[in-house]
Design a protein around this ligand. Structure first.
Ligand code: 1BO
Length: 368
């Protein structure tokens, strides 16, 4: 710098460390005040006392029996649906990487936390490992990606979504036992408080145990509703302390086209017995179906992005089906999967060459 050029001394205007700390304190206090005001403004618009009954998992944790399903909840709608659900009293949100909306669910969770609606410890958040991510390292990376998208540091439950890695061949590769060991590691590292499986049969769960699983699945998530009661699987799981979560409790009406069910295919929502019970109790068919699932001790995942239905579905926690109605709904003669998993059946290459091999069940007579 040449002599004679005036040099301005900025030291006088640079904030000192103390001033910066003070400014940060003021900013944080403003933010706390803003959140408290937002929470206050919402009080009365939501119930912060969760009214939903819970079941106890083999880990000792509680799982709320009614959870919000997010499969097929479109981007752009799922954020509002999750926020609405949590404000309404839901404490259980079911997610999966393959649903393609976990980032938006994460935005919703950040919103309900920042508004003071709930704390992280109030919620039970499930996600699922997609088929293409089976195997030790891939499963860990997939779980970390899900946590990042959901903006969480742990899941309450992480499930293997299907007993299939998406690769054709004579056997599932990598083996399911290897993927299960990866979930065990996620659990011991605290990234998933509980682990489990979805769409597994008794035989496939037994195979995990025989292959040396150290942890018994805490949860088995499967399709279950009065048109697919899944009685044998549910009672086997129960006898081993494995909690069952019922997906598609309304018969997955919005997957009909995807699953190539005709528009006239029977669904529990249109069943005359369900309709009669609903009319007698002054409830909707959806509420009756959700209540039936919760009353048999399964947790249940109704999906909706409509605020009125989201709230109405949770009200199924607050009434009881009389024994005769429960029995009638538990003995409907129509029994058919709404999600037969045909996209995972490859008759030429396997590993599952038929529905019977995927589910370890005889093909239903009608399909033979
Ligand atoms: C393909 C996803 C099925 C429901 O979890």
């Amino acid at each position: 710098m040449s002599a004679g050029v005036p040099v301005h001394d900025f030291r006088g205007v640079d904030p000192s460390r103390e001033e910066l700390e003070k400014a940060e304190e003021l900013r944080a206090a403003d933010e706390r005040a803003r959140l408290a005001a937002a929470a206050e403004a919402h009080r009365g618009a939501y119930r912060s006392d969760a009214p939903c009954p819970t079941a106890r998992l083999n880990t000792g944790a509680s799982i709320p029996l009614i959870g919000l399903g997010t499969w097929k909840s479109e981007k752009g709608a799922v954020r509002a649906a999750v926020v609405e659900a949590v404000r309404a009293g839901y404490r259980h949100i079911d997610c999966a990487a393959v649903y393609g909306n976990e980032e938006e669910v994460g935005e919703a969770l950040a919103q309900v936390f920042s508004e003071g609606v709930v704390r992280r410890s109030d919620l039970f958040i499930t996600s699922k490992l997609w088929n293409s991510e089976h195997g030790g390292e891939r499963a860990r990376a997939a779980c970390l990606k899900t946590l990042k998208d959901l903006r969480l540091d742990h899941l309450d439950l992480y499930l293997i979504h299907w007993p299939h890695s998406g690769r054709p061949g004579p056997a599932v590769a990598p083996p399911l036992a290897e993927t299960w060991a990866a979930l065990e590691a996620l659990a011991s590292d605290g990234l998933a408080r509980a682990i489990g499986v979805s769409n597994f049969s008794i035989k496939k769960m037994q195979a995990l145990a025989e292959a040396g699983a150290r942890v018994t699945p805490a949860v088995l998530q499967v399709e279950a509703h009065p048109y697919w009661r899944n009685d044998a699987l549910i009672s086997w799981a129960r006898s081993r302390g494995i909690h069952v979560t019922a997906y598609s409790p309304l018969g997955s009406p919005d997957s009909a086209a995807m699953m190539r069910r005709g528009p006239d295919a029977p669904t529990p929502m249109g069943d005359p017995t369900v309709a009669a019970v609903a009319a007698r109790l002054g409830k909707s068919p959806a509420q009756v179906l959700i209540r039936w699932a919760a009353q048999r001790g399964t947790s249940v995942l109704p999906k909706s992005v409509h605020p009125d239905r989201i709230r109405a579905n949770l009200e199924a926690a607050a009434f009881e089906l009389p024994a005769a109605d429960f029995e009638a709904l538990s003995s409907l003669p129509t029994q058919m999967r709404m999600l037969p998993g045909d996209f995972l059946v490859d008759p030429q290459n396997g590993p599952y060459r038929s529905r019977a091999e995927l589910w370890d069940e005889p093909e239903p007579a009608a399909a033979l």
